[in-house]
Design a binder for this molecule. Structure first.
Ligand SMILES: [Zn+2]
Length: 207
């Protein structure tokens, strides 16, 4: 059994009462087929204070594994991550480390769409050129009902969005796909900063 539950104590910031909650510290899609849906709608993480009804979120660590797709994501400080990482890489898994719920959901959405998250980050980095100094904290891959967008987040709220262009994705894939396949298999933190550094290293020489 991969899935593991743990009892945690948490203090309600609203009323100060001490509560306990059973949370998943490890979850497997094979064992808990509904977990992905619950993660994406955040019910997976919700904790409700029995005293005052305040809703809080369990922020990790969480070790997420999808055996069928061979994907592993560590959210927060997963115990013994380095060792786990080596094991899963050796089994041919994509291994990622993310800071929080938003980033975990984003990885799952990208992979659900059959995309390579590294290419998606390169698309975002290319998009930043269009933004010319517009301020944001984060750019998120954001599928909507009719189309897919790159959403800009500033202070926890949306600050606008750009269309996610398949043509740009395909171009990046064509340009860098082979290189990523060969040289970047063991990188686990794949974010905008990673993409910016990748461009610095490769963009000029690849032209
Ligand atoms: Zn409370």
């Amino acid at each position: 059994m991969f899935t593991q539950k743990e009892e945690i104590k948490w203090i309600c910031p609203q009323c100060g009462s001490q509560n306990t909650k059973t949370v998943d510290s490890r979850v497997s899609v094979k064992e808990e087929p509904d977990c992905r849906k619950q993660i994406l709608d955040t019910t997976f993480f919700q904790m409700t204070c029995p005293q005052c009804g305040q809703k809080e979120y369990y922020l990790g660590p969480l070790f997420y594994v999808d055996e069928e797709a061979k994907q592993m994501i560590a959210m927060g400080a997963v115990p013994a991550f380095e060792k786990e990482k080596e094991n899963y890489l050796a089994l041919g898994y994509a291994v990622r480390s993310v800071p929080g719920i938003v980033e975990l959901c984003e990885k799952i959405l990208i992979w659900q769409a059959g995309l390579d998250d590294r290419i998606v980050e390169l698309v975002k980095a290319a998009d930043t050129v269009l933004l010319k100094g517009q301020e944001f904290d984060e750019m998120l891959y954001a599928p909507d009902e009719d189309a897919v967008y790159i959403e800009l987040i500033k202070d926890g709220a949306s600050a606008g969005r750009l269309p996610f262009l398949d043509a740009v994705y395909d171009d990046m894939q064509e340009r860098f796909g082979a290189l990523l396949q060969n040289d970047y298999d063991d990188e686990t933190i794949i974010d905008l900063k990673w993409a910016a550094e990748f461009f610095l290293e490769h963009y000029q020489t690849e032209k």
